[in-house]
Ligand binder design. Structure first.
Ligand code: GAR
Length: 215
């Protein structure tokens, strides 16, 4: 395991932070918890952090026996202070890799650098197309015939980190943002655990700003 040399290399956290209604749902979190509970999965989900108490995913995680923590961004004056609080919780739990799952807040550059190479995000488009929000509206507006999802290393620039894995879906002529989102979400639930597994097994790493894949 290439990330560090501490005693417990198999500990992951899943950060579920929420600023839009959709991101409190936590379906990607659930898919990661399910995958990590399978025998032989090279990672353990050790902590789920949410920034809103109501995040539905929190209840699910707690029922799955995973430590949960609510850190409200409203309690902090600046993005950096909030991110330092999140970082403190991650360090206290001995976390080594952070997976953002429906995290709709922009992280500070400091946080992205602090976790460089160990911070993943999933985004519901084929990056570098359609960054930011209203992703499916953007795809339909552009008239693309395929869309999909991307798991990438997080870097300070929004939705711009080196790509680890992508999956595609067709865009149907009668798609609405909702039907397209649902089709893509089905792929997200397979892609994120697969990307995490690659990282945990040392099959991908971030080097000089690029994703490097082991043969
Ligand atoms: C997912 O579709 C994820 O790709 C997206 O939010 C949704 C969260 O759903 N993330 C972003 O748009 C990040 N820019 P979930 O809470 O059910 O996992």
């Amino acid at each position: 395991f290439f990330f560090n040399d501490t005693a417990t290399p198999e500990i992951y956290t899943l950060s579920l932070l929420d600023a839009l209604p959709i991101s409190g749902r936590g379906s990607n979190m659930r898919s990661l918890i399910a995958a990590a509970s399978a025998p032989g999965f090279p990672a353990k989900i050790a902590l789920v952090i949410a920034n809103v108490v109501s995040a539905e995913g929190l209840r699910f995680a707690a029922e799955a026996g995973i430590a949960t923590k609510v850190i409200s961004h409203k309690a902090y004056d600046s993005r950096e202070e909030f991110d330092h609080a999140v970082n403190g919780a991650l360090e206290a739990a001995g976390i080594e890799i952070v997976c953002l799952a429906g995290f709709m807040r922009i992280l500070s550059d400091w946080f992205a650098r602090r976790w460089e190479g160990r911070l993943l995000n999933i985004h519901p488009s084929l990056l570098p197309l359609f960054k930011g929000t209203h992703v499916h509206e953007q795809a339909l507006q552009a008239g693309v015939r395929v869309s999909g999802c991307t798991v990438h290393f997080v870097v300070p620039e929004l939705d711009a980190g080196p790509i680890i894995a992508q999956a595609t879906v067709p865009v149907e002529s009668d798609d609405t943002p909702e039907t397209l989102a649902t089709r893509i979400l089905g792929e997200e639930h397979k892609l994120y655990p697969a990307a995490l597994k690659m990282l945990a097994e040392g099959k991908v790493r971030l080097e000089n700003g690029r994703a490097v894949f082991a043969r």
